[in-house]
Design a protein around this ligand. Sequence first.
Ligand code: SAH
Length: 346
Amino acid sequence: MIRLIEKLAKEHRLELAEYELLLRNRNPEAAELLTELAQKTRKEVYGNSVFIRGLIEISNICKNDCLYCGIRGGNRNCVRYRLTPQEIMECCEEGYELGFRTFVMQGGEDAYYNDELLCGLIADIKQRFPDCAITLSLGERSRESYQKLREAGADRYLLRHETADAEHYAKLHPPQLAFADRMRCLHELKELGFQTGCGFMVGSPFQTEAELAKDLKFIETFQPDMCGIGPFIPHIDTVFAGYQAGSLELTCYLLSIIRLIKPNILLPSTTALGTIDPLGREKGILAGANVVMPNLSPASVRKKYMLYDNKISDGDESAQSLDSLKQKISAIGYQVVTDRGDIKNI
Ligand code: SAH
């Protein structure tokens, strides 16, 4: 194990079977060494800076029916909302005042946000806040659509691959959603010049070390700029209501491995991690993450973007509590910075 970890830290790649071994044989000593090397690596690239993103959850209306997701189209108990361009702009204004220089617009696949509307909105935000980056996380769209959004000024796009194993993908999604389409989107986003983010849920139903090893191999070969991972958490109105949540320990272990695979990757310590453990966000940063994404959605809609049970949106998860978050992050030796927080070329 020690030899494998040292090899990973030096070469930033392993064989598929080696990733699987690293996961199957994990133990406290291995975790400690990984954490130590991941912290050292991220400090070499980003010092002790932590980047923040203002997360605006623009709509919980979704045409898809992902089996794990609380806002899936088929969930009749979900109270639906969508934000208008003006409401989104107001979130950005508030966020800018608070010190955010990246706005992430995330939502279900809601046809209301056609290319024309989004391009207008992106151009307006860019004109108003030229020193800010815009990240989109709006699911699968055509290449033409991605291209228009990019030309309008969007800088980054987050589209988790969810799992790098096609069979596993089919177990988490309805037949209309295909693994090949997800992969096509990710490759197109990258070709179009977006800073591109993939990612997956840790402990999703049917996931074993074999699938996780494939996720790691995918990250190693795809070389995303960002990678969002967080524990799977069941939602009561989904097929997976009765399944167990993923663990904090495995999520942190994977964060450290991903940091070693790509030293300059932008790696968020996610809301899901903060949801399963009150110190989850801090533990994620200590494992190698360097981004946090506080919630900048209007307070009235926050509880409606319930991807999973008990998803946090108050307290330090709220963009308005940034001072408190800053203190907690400095208490563990890191520092929140006011910066676009682009990937650093090394
Ligand atoms: N429609 C967009 C945004 C999806 S929500 C898209 O397709 O990209 C953002 C992420 O939340 C998803 O990619 C998924 O990985 C995560 N998510 C959804 N349901 C979850 C659950 N029950 N537990 C943990 N994470 C979940």
